[in-house]
Write a protein that binds this ligand. Structure first.
Ligand SMILES: [Zn+2]
Length: 460
């Protein structure tokens, strides 16, 4: 394979910003520095551009079953949209059916992803029953590169597990080295509130948010961390949305406990005001945990700056407004939970984070690429630009203005949460393992060229 020189840009990693060329040979970066010209067959001009690691989104749900339907992006459309948006690796959640073995679910996810993926991918495994068989399956999946497992403290009767089960899974992870990830909302009282609201005729989308108060996320986060501490393991809170939950994480970290958490762009840029949009529009913003009052946003930015929040993932789980979200007309509890986001994370965090002065450029790279790689066993192969690393690289145009819209995005969903929002920044050329996936708005990647990543145990 030809050598490629990315010339004249500003290379940005989690720790450095420097004017440098990047030389790629085959699938790997071989040199970062000056005077590398003359050694390459292909030149990419990066003058005036930022040259940054490909994004890693560790929270996606492609073709995920939910309430009798499926999220509308499969591994083909979802990973193509990821590539367009500067994300070159996803870690998707494999979901066992009720009673299905974890091994069987992993096999199904391999079969779904392998022929379709445009970018590299790994899997987390969801655990819905903790028993001797699933605990044994956890051990073998860790050996097969599926090194993280998600359990739910919400959705009683569907996914929720009790504290004893959580504790058993955490205790097992102290032996097999897996990372336990938790959806931390206290599903019991939330379900009582949902039934009460529906009985009172409060059926509009905004009630989805009102029945899932931040206090119940804070409570579950606090409990999760206490259980993990008892088991002697780290715990990772997915899609942290509120100051209440952040406070629990911060308190634990300040006391030296290994609590980790991600947040998502929707909690940084959207709020319960969107959920309260008139008519049925709010259904477009139904996800769990729900969008919070705006005051939480500043707290989450604080958490990202102070490293109480380690990274930003999307929880990409798109459902069409027509026919899917509309299943919840007259009953907010029937609105499929989830938002599209995999394509927009990189630029939104750059525009709304770096350009707006919330975070620095190196912290941006850390949040979207380096920390996800480290926490999920992909570093240093992924998540940085350095000799020996995979040449997963975004040549990012930081100046061009554009407008986010369903009419121009590539996700297979009929609306955008950010419709009409102006942003600056475009992933102009996106490379994965030295191959150009996207070149100035043209998709060159082929379905099936993404590879499964057998991940190591968490590096933190
Ligand atoms: Zn999710």
């Amino acid at each position: 394979m030809a050598r490629t020189l990315i010339r004249g840009g500003t290379v940005v990693t989690a720790s450095e910003t420097m004017a440098a060329d990047v030389l790629v040979d085959g699938e790997r970066v071989v040199a970062v520095g000056s005077d590398l010209g003359g050694q390459a067959e292909r030149i990419i001009d990066a003058g005036g551009r930022l040259v940054m690691p490909g994004g890693i989104d560790v929270h996606t749900h492609m073709e995920m079953p939910f309430g009798g339907t499926f999220s509308v992006d499969d591994f083909a459309t979802g990973t193509a949209a990821a590539a367009w948006g500067g994300t070159t690796t996803i870690v998707d959640f494999a979901v066992p059916e009720q009673g299905e073995s974890l091994q069987s679910a992993a096999q199904r996810w391999h079969e779904k992803a392998a022929p379709k993926a445009h970018v590299d991918y790994g899997f987390h495994m969801i655990v819905r029953d903790v028993n001797e068989q699933t605990l044994a399956d956890m051990d073998s999946l860790v050996d097969q590169g599926i090194t993280s497992f998600k359990l739910f403290m919400a959705y009683p009767g569907v996914f929720m597990v009790d504290d004893a089960s959580l504790f058993r899974a955490m205790s097992r992870s102290s032996e097999n080295g897996a990372l336990i990830m938790l959806h931390a909302e206290n599903g019991g009282p939330i379900d009582v509130l949902i039934q009460r609201y529906l009985a009172e005729g409060r059926t509009d989308p905004v009630n989805h948010g009102l029945t899932r108060p931040a206090s119940m996320e804070g409570e579950a986060t606090h409990r999760a961390i206490a259980l993990a501490k008892l088991a002697g393991v780290a715990v990772y809170i997915v899609h942290l949305s509120s100051a209440d939950a952040l406070n629990a994480v911060r308190e634990a970290r300040d006391a030296g406990t290994a609590a980790l958490a991600e947040t998502c762009p929707q909690y940084l840029f959207l709020s319960v005001d969107d959920l309260a949009r008139p008519g049925f529009e709010g259904a477009k913003y139904v996800c769990s945990p729900p969008l919070r009052p705006k005051a939480h946003q500043a707290e989450l930015w604080n958490g990202l700056r102070s490293d109480d929040l380690q990274l930003v993932a999307t929880d990409h789980c798109p459902f069409d407004f027509k026919e899917q979200k509309q299943m919840g007309l007259g009953n907010f509890a029937k609105i499929p939970n989830g938002l599209p986001g995999v394509e927009d994370r990189y630029t939104l965090l750059y525009d709304g984070g770096v350009r707006s002065g919330q975070i620095g450029l190196n912290r941006f790279v850390e949040l979207v690429a380096t920390a996800p790689a480290k926490l999920f066993g992909l570093y240093p192969r992924k998540g940085t630009i350095a000799p020996g690393s995979d040449a997963d690289i975004v040549v990012f145009d930081p100046e061009t203005e554009r407008v986010l819209s369903a009419s121009t995005h590539h996700m297979n969903v009929d609306y955008s949460c950010y419709e009409g929002r102006g942003v600056r920044g475009v992933p102009e050329v996106v490379l994965q393992r030295g191959q150009v996936l996207v070149d100035h708005g043209k998709l060159l990647a082929q379905p099936g060229q993404g590879q499964f990543l057998a991940r190591s145990r968490s590096g933190l």
